[in-house]
Design a protein around this ligand. Structure first.
Ligand SMILES: Nc1ncnc2c1ncn2[C@@H]1O[C@H](COP(=O)(O)OP(=O)(O)O)[C@@H](O)[C@H]1O
Ligand SMILES: [Mg+2]
Length: 262
């Protein structure tokens, strides 16, 4: 569907740092490059900093330091923002809009011409099995329908980089399989995908590359096979356990060092 915009990576983070107003350091000097065309997985426990990273990329929070580039453009530029489609972890649908309006408003926000937006909304509703619900407002949709609408909305303006923050959390098995199929097809058509998930089998199934993060730092980044080889274990679950245990041990070590009087 999309030719690469440039040969630049879809996403490039350099020294990304985020300290929240209460002083909490959620990301520290974080470097990450996601080449265009990748299906990239971000794995880590709750509180690792995944949503913070995504919020920084999408200009939902102010960063404390570092650089973010989207297909080579500074992330704050309008043209960079338009290259990203985001389905947030929290289902943030406007309760007063029905399904079709939700999609059309989004299209309008991204400057889509009205007829184009209508056609695209129709296509999205068909793909995500929402056509029968076009005039139903968000609060009356089932959880699975809301999740689908969230992704359909993210895709309205045909972004070459799709970011999905725990898209299958709390989703039943059948819908999860449907979502996998759809997202995989998008990826096959050229969309770069950045996915966070707690389901290791999902990362294994979909992602060519996986980054493990914890405590706002990158622990490892490789293909599932590469990670298994590096950690000398058989399964991605074992990689995860080993990487996180190592990170916890080194965090405890650095705390102990810091606490030791000089
Ligand atoms: N607005 C905020 N103010 C202070 N701390 C925050 C805020 N948002 C998130 N955090 C903290 O930052 C850390 C990372 O959170 P988050 O990025 O949501 O992690 P993840 O998505 O990996 O579960 C957590 O410890 C969380 O409590
Ligand atoms: Mg999160």
């Amino acid at each position: 569907m999309h030719a690469p915009i440039t040969s630049a990576p879809a996403l490039e983070l350099r020294g990304l740092t985020k300290r929240y107003d209460d002083g909490f350091l959620a990301l520290e000097d974080f470097d990450l490059t996601v080449p265009a065309g990748e299906f990239f997985g971000l794995l880590g426990p709750n509180g690792a900093g995944k949503t913070t990273l995504i919020s920084a990329v999408c200009n939902l929070i102010r960063i404390s330091g570092g650089e973010i580039r989207i297909f080579g453009r500074d992330h704050q530029l309008g043209e960079a923002r338009r290259l990203i489609g985001l389905a947030e972890q929290d289902i943030n649908l406007d309760r007063f809009l029905d399904v079709e309006e939700t999609l059309l408003y989004h299209g309008g926000y991204y400057g889509m011409e009205r007829n184009r937006a209508k056609a695209r909304a129709k296509e999205m509703m068909e793909i995500f099995d929402l056509s029968g619900r076009a005039h139903v407002r968000a609060p009356k949709l089932s959880g699975g329908m809301r999740r689908r609408l969230l992704i359909a909305r993210a895709l309205m303006h045909e972004p070459p980089l799709l970011i999905l923050d725990e898209p299958t959390a709390g989703v039943d098995f059948e819908l999860r399989i449907d979502l996998w199929q759809y997202i995989r097809r998008l990826h096959d058509e050229g969309t770069t995908v950045l996915l966070t998930t707690h389901y290791l089998e999902e990362a294994e199934e979909l992602c060519n590359e996986i980054a493990l993060i914890r405590g706002g730092t990158l622990l490892a980044r490789d293909s599932a096979d590469g990670l298994r080889a590096t950690y000398e274990v058989e399964t991605l679950a074992d990689v995860y356990v080993k990487a996180m245990a190592g990170a916890a041990a080194s965090a405890a070590g650095s705390t102990a060092t810091a606490a030791t009087p000089a």
